[in-house]
Write a protein that binds this ligand. Structure first.
Ligand SMILES: C[S@@+](CC[C@H](N)C(=O)[O-])C[C@H]1O[C@@H](n2cnc3c(N)ncnc32)[C@H](O)[C@@H]1O
Length: 128
């Protein structure tokens, strides 16, 4: 009953997607392969990571400033969590340590300074 109420509450949030089909389609459209390094910025409670792992993507990173959100995602993924890189950090001050092929963010930057975000994105895609 408590679980049901929590679930219902999450689905009522306008940004929550049980099935992140639009993101998966966009990732396919940009030509992602299983070896593509994909980072989900502000991944939070998103099920994108679950779907990417299920589809065989081998280099998936989820970054979020909320450690609690990352821990919840890890718990949900169970053993599969070990295949994912988890980065608990504020994306607006993050210094990427590697280059990513695909940057994904959805509903993450309602209140972050956009210019800072674009600079980080550019650095994450070109490498440190
Ligand atoms: C509205 S939720 C969206 C979650 C997910 N992207 C989705 O589409 O379901 C916003 C998430 O972005 C994270 N977030 C917000 N600002 C951030 C920042 N500056 N750096 C990293 N994560 C951030 C929050 O912690 C939260 O998990």
């Amino acid at each position: 009953m408590g679980g049901h109420l929590r679930q219902e509450g999450r689905e009522r949030r306008s940004w929550f997607q049980e099935n992140p089909a639009p993101s998966l389609e966009l990732i396919a459209q940009v030509g992602a392969t299983p070896a593509s390094a994909i980072i989900d910025i502000g991944g939070g409670a998103s099920r994108l990571v679950d779907n990417l792992v299920k589809q065989g993507f081998e280099d998936v990173t989820v970054l979020d400033l909320s450690e609690a959100a990352l821990e919840a995602a890890k718990a949900r993924l169970g053993d599969d969590a070990g295949q994912v890189h988890w980065i608990p950090v504020d994306a607006t001050v993050w210094e990427p340590l590697e280059a990513y092929d695909i940057w994904h963010d959805r509903a993450a930057f309602h209140s972050s300074p956009r210019t800072m975000t674009v600079r980080r994105m550019s650095r994450a895609l070109s490498g440190p």
